[in-house]
Design a protein around this ligand. Structure first.
Ligand code: E4P
Length: 219
């Protein structure tokens, strides 16, 4: 199971890299807009400090422009993955980019059919959005479950990247359902590091140990 950090904030990425649990980063225009105007510099910095894949999203709309921008983005660094939202107008662009050897992450996936079509094209990642289904009163986990079945039915290589993860249950179910990757916002990752029973357990061990009037286990 790969863990990506869902942010464009350099400090937060630097905070988590030494833990060894971060395999890559996902960004999107909303996340980038929080990091100031010089997006290219921000992205170059991120690509320089992250060893794994860094997803960067296109913002052009017209298919030829999307193709050109995808090529430009892919040249930022060798670990760039170009993120393209699902749209039928972009299928031929994605097809061409995959044949050019560009790594693609198709984003804003909400159905098993969308995911199947782009898996056929050989994209590196497909990004189903869980939380945004929940936002409109549907269970976003269904799509992850269906995508895992689809991937195994046909032996597709595209990795299922669970996105729009908002809380621990989203992550837990993504792991158990067999998503290949989960991208997690740093605020959620912070919360996941604290478990009341772990804290309680440490307190109890400390209290019991202090009864021995010993400072160090090996003294
Ligand atoms: C990452 O690839 C997605 O852009 C991100 O997870 C979307 O999350 P949100 O629905 O919470 O904005």
């Amino acid at each position: 199971m790969k863990i990506f950090l869902d942010t464009a904030n350099r400090e937060l990425i630097e905070k988590w890299i030494p833990t060894g649990i971060i395999d890559g980063v996902t960004t999107n225009p909303s996340l980038l807009s929080k990091e100031g105007k010089n997006s290219k510099k921000v992205l170059e910095n991120i690509c320089g400090i992250v060893k794994g894949d860094v997803s960067i999203e296109i913002v052009k709309k017209e298919p030829n422009e999307v193709y050109k921008q995808a090529i430009q983005i892919s040249k930022i660094a060798p670990n760039v993955v170009v993120k393209i939202p699902f749209a039928w107008e972009y299928l031929s662009v994605i097809n061409k980019l995959v044949k050019d050897g560009i790594k693609i992450n198709v984003t804003l996936i909400f159905s098993v059919v969308q995911a199947t079509l782009v898996s056929k094209l050989g994209v590196k990642y497909i990004s189903p959005f869980i939380g945004r289904w929940d936002d409109i009163d549907r269970d976003g986990m269904d799509v992850i479950e269906n995508l895992v079945i689809m991937k195994h039915n046909y032996g597709f290589k595209s990795e299922i990247l669970a996105a729009s993860i908002r809380h621990v249950i989203h992550l837990q179910k993504s792991i158990l359902m067999g998503a290949d990757v989960a991208t997690i916002p740093p605020t959620l990752l912070d919360k996941l590091m604290v478990h009341p029973l772990t804290q309680q357990g440490i307190k109890k061990f400390d209290a019991d140990w202090s009864k021995l009037e010993k400072e160090d286990l090996f003294d």
